[in-house]
Design a protein around this ligand. Structure first.
Ligand code: MLT
Length: 209
């Protein structure tokens, strides 16, 4: 099914009609507005597609259910990943994106569903910038992510996303063939200006036309 554009979302048509379209995926408790400024910083003039997660955890939007912090409801995650992939494909049609690359930019819960999209629906994303991501699930069979560029930004002292789990995700994506750039900040779960700048440079290198 690729018809349903059924997430509350923002679409910002940018001036850059040939560069990547950024799929912005917020963290727990966020909204479709949260990452719009980040998108504008990472690729000035980029078009932005920014959905709001449909799950509510104590009133906080998320992209999939969890049983506890870092323990995911895998069945829900698989279904929600499918639903998000269908939304992105519907967005491609609705907003006339043709074959333009769509690159996910996710933070925390949004980064985790972006990783799940890469693992379960390869081909939907041309690449991903993942801030504070962990292994969302272990697929039965790894997808072919040959040369798909992925920037992973972790915090060495993140208490929500254990650094070794981010490293495990990096290895999993690399084993699937992705070109992974792993960046570490000394801090915790919060995003830093330095890593935003690094990811901006990385995007320019990998997606400049
Ligand atoms: C998740 O649930 O995806 C992770 O624990 C990160 C978060 O707190 O959102």
């Amino acid at each position: 099914m690729t018809s349903a554009l059924d997430f509350i979302h923002r679409w910002v048509a940018g001036a850059d009609q040939t560069g990547p379209v950024l799929l912005l995926l917020h963290g727990t408790g966020g909204s479709e507005d949260d990452l719009l400024p980040l998108g504008g910083t990472l690729w000035p003039g980029a078009s932005l597609l920014s959905p709001r997660g449909k799950i509510l955890e104590n009133g906080m939007p998320r992209f999939f259910r969890r049983l506890a912090e870092g323990v995911f409801d895998e069945e829900d995650l698989v279904n929600r990943t499918r639903e998000l992939a269908d939304f992105v494909e519907a967005g491609r049609k609705r907003y006339d994106l043709g074959s333009r690359p769509i690159v996910a930019v996710g933070y925390s819960n949004g980064a985790n569903i972006a990783a799940s999209l890469l693992l379960l629906r390869p081909g939907v994303l041309a690449g991903a910038v993942l801030f504070r991501a962990m292994v969302p699930l272990t697929p039965e069979k790894l997808p072919d992510l040959a040369e798909v560029p992925v920037f992973l930004a972790g915090g060495r002292n993140d208490r929500i996303i254990p650094p070794e789990n981010t490293e495990r995700l990096a290895r999993m994506l690399e084993t699937a063939g992705a070109a992974v750039a792993l960046h570490w900040s000394p801090g915790g779960h919060g995003m830093t200006a330095a890593e935003v700048d690094k990811s901006r440079q990385w995007l320019g290198k990998n997606f400049a036309h």
